[in-house]
Design a binder for this molecule. Structure first.
Ligand code: GLY
Ligand code: MN
Ligand code: MN
Length: 464
């Protein structure tokens, strides 16, 4: 493995520490998780630890000092354990393999950390990723305080490393972008495969049904056959009304002709997520009611894509999508104009939230809901609509820049309710793509599967 990019990231982190007053950063990788008795969940490293090291073994820690010195604590070689669990990198090989200055046996962590923490003004560790550091830090600090009479100083300040790491991870470099493009391409292929599969099943047996888990199996097959390590999050395969449950997971419900299938699924490739949603008719033909709503969501996504460019704010896409969705709700009678007023009135009252209750996008990267500040913290607060459309004074949304990656995912979800035209009941639609902000606009990395209704129908007929 070429460690250059990881060394450069650690150097940039040290620089950020210096600019923020100095100190030492401690980053632990993720713990192993027991599933039951002798079985563990598949191991997944901590995203930031891996971003800084490229090291995938569990039980490892990274230390970065503001002066640029770096150290890795990892498991020592162990022939007995390696028979069962595979080769370990080991302490001796780690500096050359990973580009760190020093490596230590993690079994000696208490002594190593006490030494590393000595005479540091501050200790930094990321919040929100488990309690490994804060739980053990007190022991190390106490050991250090006990040495105070010998002239050793103990850090007096503890600071959150998460914002510094988030800021670095928000801006993707060329290698990250290449991996994310490939992840999105694999996931798009999986969605196309699921569409073709349903088309073929209903052509063979128009009165039959397809179980959600059968469709999920098609997705997983496509992810793994192209080398993706796993899904990036729990796949949603929702038949018919299940699409109106936002966090539904693929289960065993039957998908029947005349119903829509909503799939929100993306693979993780080499530590990077993709996140795609498509909604398609089980038997390959949208009904008129489905098509009416589907085309509104397509138009909302187009409006959101159009404002996803450098200089725009991350939240602009949501405002653009909400406006188109709201106009559509009024046009097709989901909302009664006489009761709720015009588009502006509906946006102001947030009445659209009956059918569109989530945001239109999020940062995407190593985590599906990736790290990164959503607000322009360096700007003054101003009055603007909050998530409910109400005016509040808060910092504006962050300005987009090339190299950021966002999802664009508008939807409509119609639960049965008084006053809602029955032909729309139980229709749930979402369309989600992964957009890389470029110098001039955005690149949709996930478009190797169709969005436009007629193109989906053609794919499902087997004609493309
Ligand atoms: N798949 C998670 C999301 O779309 O936010
Ligand atoms: Mn998403
Ligand atoms: Mn999604």
């Amino acid at each position: 493995m070429d460690s250059t990019v990881f060394t450069q990231r650690r150097t940039r982190l040290a620089q950020a520490l210096r600019e923020a007053g100095g100190g030492i950063a401690l980053i632990a990788t993720a713990p192993e998780r027991q599933r039951n008795s002798d079985s563990d969940h598949p191991y997944r490293h901590d995203s930031s630890f891996h971003y800084l090291t490229g090291f995938e073994e569990p039980t490892a820690w990274l230390v970065v000092q503001a002066n640029g010195a770096t150290a890795l604590l990892c498991r020592e070689r162990d022939p007995e354990h390696e028979i069962w669990d595979g080769l370990r990198l080991g302490v001796e090989a780690a500096p050359a393999a990973l580009g760190v200055d020093q490596a230590f046996d993690v079994a000696t962590i208490d002594a190593v950390m006490a030494d590393q923490l000595a005479n540091q003004p501050a200790v930094w560790f990321p919040s929100g990723v488990g309690d490994a550091v804060p739980r053990r830090l007190q022991t190390w600090l106490e050991a250090l305080r006990a040495r105070s009479r010998s002239g050793v100083e103990c850090p007096t300040v503890q600071r959150d490393l998460a914002p510094l790491l988030a800021e670095m991870r928000l801006h993707k470099d060329a290698g990250e972008i290449a991996t994310m493009r490939r992840a999105a391409q694999i996931s798009a292929g999986a969605h196309a495969r699921a569409m073709r599969y349903c088309g073929a099943r209903f052509r063979a047996a128009p009165q039959g049904s397809v179980r959600e888990y059968e469709i999920e199996a098609e997705l997983l097959h496509e992810f793994r056959r192209h080398g993706a390590q796993s899904p990036a999050y729990t796949s949603i395969v929702a038949a018919g009304a299940n699409a109106c449950v936002l966090h539904y997971a693929a289960a065993d419900a039957e998908l029947r002709a005349g119903e829509l299938c909503l799939i929100d699924a993306g693979c993780e490739l080499d530590g990077y997520a993709s996140d795609i949603t498509r909604t398609f008719p089980a038997d390959g033909r949208f009904t008129p009611a489905q098509r009416e709503l589907y085309d509104i969501v397509v138009a909302a996504q187009e409006a959101a894509i159009a404002v996803t460019r450098p200089g725009a704010r991350q939240r602009d896409a949501h405002h653009a999508a909400v406006r188109v969705l709201t106009q559509g709700m009024l046009d097709v009678g989901l909302l009664d104009r006489n009761a709720v007023g015009d588009v502006d009135a509906v946006i102001a009252s947030a009445a659209y939230r009956q059918f569109y209750m989530h945001g239109t996008g999020h940062w995407l990267g190593r985590d599906v809901h990736d790290v990164g500040e959503y607000l322009a913290l360096d700007e003054a607060p101003c009055e603007q609509p909050n998530g409910l459309g109400r005016p509040v004074v808060m910092k504006p949304s962050r300005v987009l820049a090339p190299g950021m990656v966002v999802t664009i995912e508008p939807g409509l979800y119609v639960r049965p309710a008084a006053g809602v035209p029955e032909r729309f009941w139980n229709i749930g639609i979402r369309i989600e793509d992964d957009a890389l902000v470029t110098d001039t606009g955005c690149e949709l990395m996930s478009r190797d599967v169709p969005v436009v209704a007629a193109e989906i129908e053609a794919l499902m007929r087997g004609s493309t």
